[in-house]
Design a protein around this ligand. Structure first.
Ligand SMILES: *Cc1c(COP(=O)(O)O)cnc(C)c1O
Length: 423
């Protein structure tokens, strides 16, 4: 019998706890595992080296950890896949998929649809893994596939503009080439890409899965025949999720459906109000009329989600500087509402062409709606948008003063230079 997602979120990966006589998830920090039978230990090591999910002993934490393995089982149950493989971060998970699907197979060409998370875009663009990439529109994927194409990469809703990709249609175009879908924004509560033909479903667990802004992690949900290579890559690169991270991500799953739906309801309310605010020129939210031309809400996604992007009429950085309640920070999917400026931060390292095709404009802000009261959030947004608009009007009539937020956002970033992309 298959339980509903809310039930699975609470019980998955905990089936044996009553038998063990414990209620909370067991947390195992061991880095090594004693075994007097060295022959059996050697057989276990050999099994892990071959990509096995479990063996008679974990041997060593880089090969296996019972706490992270429980989280993996739970996430696989939420995504409806045979397996899941966890990693130290979302970027480590994406890198492992590229290594397994492209580097190990020698198929070093990737077809990708923009926009993608800035880190993924940058990783593909700079050729760090020796891969070449063809950027296409979602309707052009089929025509871009070559004999040496190892992977098709999409993200939906896309970071940061929330544009939607039709997963089933892209999977058909990809044919035998595996499709990777970054499902971070939708979460398994709203969308299950594997059911629509995706071979790899990737999450930055740092976001909604953890949900409280205190754990960095990533995970790939896939069929068991693909999971083995991902585990082999993880053993060799050492990009393992810490057991405490596995524990926190697993604990976060229990409240994931409630958090996502509550934040989504608030996002829908705010998006409608933002759309008619005078301080805003455009709102990107899949739930607004005209924002889902392919009719994917309902068919592919069970709701429009809790992420909103909008373009301000005036200086976007000044709007962020004027906020008092909403947290001005990168990352998303936390209990508190977070806002950031993609062109300055998360998508700073995306090249000019990528910014153009991805719709990453200078006045774009990305907001991850949290669990605060919607009226408190609206009051904060309204006062900040109004204050920033008033500042523009004043500046237009007198000496132009740079807004405090614009200056600090730029100079703060200059210190870290072109450091790897933030979330
Ligand atoms: C944050 C994010 C990532 C990267 O995840 P990390 O955990 O920061 O490495 C990948 N994809 C999307 C859509 C993200 O938002």
């Amino acid at each position: 019998m298959t339980y509903a997602v809310d039930t699975r979120a609470v019980h998955a990966g905990r089936e044996d706890l009553a038998e063990l006589g414990v209620h909370a998830l067991p947390l195992d920090f061991s880095t090594t595992y004693p075994m007097h039978d060295q022959v059996a230990a050697g057989a276990a090591l050999g099994a892990f080296a071959d990509g096995a999910a479990s063996a008679a002993t974990p041997v060593y934490q880089r090969l296996h950890n019972p706490t992270t393995a429980r989280f993996e089982q739970a996430l696989a149950q939420l995504e409806g896949t045979e397996a899941a493989v966890s990693f130290a971060s979302g970027m480590a998970a994406i890198t492992a998929v590229l290594q397994a699907a492209c580097v190990l197979t020698g198929k070093k060409h990737v077809v990708a649809v923009r926009p993608l998370y800035g880190g993924t875009d940058h990783l593909l663009s700079i050729g760090l893994l020796g891969l070449s990439v063809t950027w296409v529109d979602q309707d052009e994927v089929g025509g871009a596939i070559r004999p040496d194409t190892g992977l098709v990469v999409v993200e939906t809703p896309g970071n940061p503009t929330l544009s939607l990709v039709d997963i089933a249609t892209v999977a058909i175009q990809a044919g035998d080439v595996p499709l990777m879908v970054d499902n971070t924004f939708a979460t398994p509560v709203l969308q299950n890409p594997a059911r629509l033909g995706a071979a790899y479903v990737v999450h930055s667990g740092t976001k909604y899965l953890g949900g409280h802004g205190d754990v960095l992690g990533g995970v790939v949900a896939c069929a068991e025949h693909r999971a083995g290579a991902l585990r082999q890559v993880r053993i060799l690169t050492g990009a393992v999720l810490h057991p405490l991270g596995g524990y926190l991500l697993h604990r976060g799953l229990a409240t994931l459906p409630l958090r996502v739906r509550a934040a989504q309801a608030t996002a829908a309310t705010l998006a409608v109000r933002l759309a008619v605010h005078r301080g805003i020129s455009k709102v990107h939210y899949p739930g607004l009329p005209g924002s889902d031309p392919r009719g994917l809400i309902g068919r592919q996604m069970r709701g429009p989600g809790a992420m909103i992007a909008f373009e301000t009429a005036g200086d976007a950085a000044a709007v962020v500087a004027a906020l008092r309640l909403i947290t001005p920070a990168v990352s998303l999917g936390s209990v508190d509402t977070l806002i950031e400026h993609p062109a300055l931060l998360t998508h700073r390292l995306v090249d000019a062409e990528g910014k153009e095709t991805g719709g990453i404009t200078p006045n774009l802000l990305r907001m991850s709606v949290g669990l605060e009261d919607p009226e408190d959030l609206w009051a904060d947004l309204d006062q900040a948008l109004t204050a920033a608009r008033a500042a523009v009007t004043v500046a237009a009539g007198s000496a132009p003063l740079p807004a405090a937020g614009a200056v600090s956002a730029t100079s703060a970033y200059a210190v870290s230079g072109s450091a790897p992309v933030a979330a």
